[in-house]
Write a protein that binds this ligand. Structure first.
Ligand code: CTP
Ligand code: CA
Length: 226
């Protein structure tokens, strides 16, 4: 029962979650991607639904079934498609949790035909910067409560707190990548930061961590937005 969550309930709230990688096409058979499995984001979507929220999930290219209780799923491929899907759905969202590993750059030219190997020659790809989904939302006068993720290989706390401030987020979930944690791993460990606080979520399976994250998001949402 949603009511049993107390101030950790998301009953009556609409939660938008992005998850997975993005693929930036080079030609009809090649792309630039990343190692995100989507499992953390899908676990967050499921935990939000368990907490009573109406959940919309925007998913990059992953091979995962839609979690129980998720109302709507929008599948996208590129960062530009994810940007458009999230900006559109955010109008109807109270909370946006950006768990997706959004590609920062895309090939400026996408070949309509397969690029052919030219023996002995190097190949140079020109990449252009993709729009930042979280920053675009933060720039809107009315926007959902914003939660970001920061997966870092080093200086985790500094980079995460920098992103919290620079992107204008309400909360960020930081994790160290590597050592059997993070991308492509079953376990994760997170440190949550908000403007005037932090919480350490010890190493656990992603579904368990997702439930703890959602409890903190609900508490911070209630504290700042009623
Ligand atoms: N993010 C986003 N749009 C982008 C890139 C990232 O919304 N174009 C979001 C991610 O979903 C995540 C957060 O921003 O919630 C942090 O992503 P991250 O890649 O760690 O941060 P960047 O600002 O891209 O910095 P860098 O990759 O240089 O660490
Ligand atoms: Ca990035």
């Amino acid at each position: 029962l949603a009511a049993s969550f107390g101030n950790q309930s998301l009953a009556g709230l609409r939660v938008l979650v992005s998850a997975g990688p993005t693929y930036e096409d080079i030609d009809p058979v090649r792309f630039i991607g990343n190692r995100s499995s989507g499992r953390m984001g899908f676990a967050v979507a499921e935990a939000a639904a368990q907490a009573g929220a109406e959940v919309t999930l925007v998913a990059g290219p992953v091979s995962l079934a839609t979690p129980a209780g998720v109302m709507r799923r929008v599948d996208v491929r590129s960062a530009a498609q994810m940007h458009a899907a999230v900006i559109g759905a955010a109008v109807h969202a109270d909370i946006y949790i950006g768990a997706a590993a959004v590609g920062d750059y895309r090939p400026l030219e996408v070949s309509a035909v397969k690029l052919k190997k030219r023996d002995g020659d190097d190949l140079t790809l020109r990449l252009g910067e993709n729009p930042d989904i979280l920053a675009s939302l933060a720039a809107q006068t009315e926007h959902p409560f914003l939660v970001g993720f920061a997966a870092e290989t080093h200086d985790v706390a500094d980079y995460a707190q920098g992103k919290l401030r620079r992107k204008g987020l309400d909360m960020i979930a930081a994790n160290q990548v590597g050592g059997g944690l993070g991308f492509e791993a079953a376990d994760n460990a997170l440190t949550l930061y908000w403007a005037d606080g932090a919480a350490e979520l010890a190493r656990a399976a992603k579904p368990e961590l997702a439930r703890q994250l959602i409890a903190h998001v609900a508490a911070r949402y209630r504290a700042t937005r009623g």
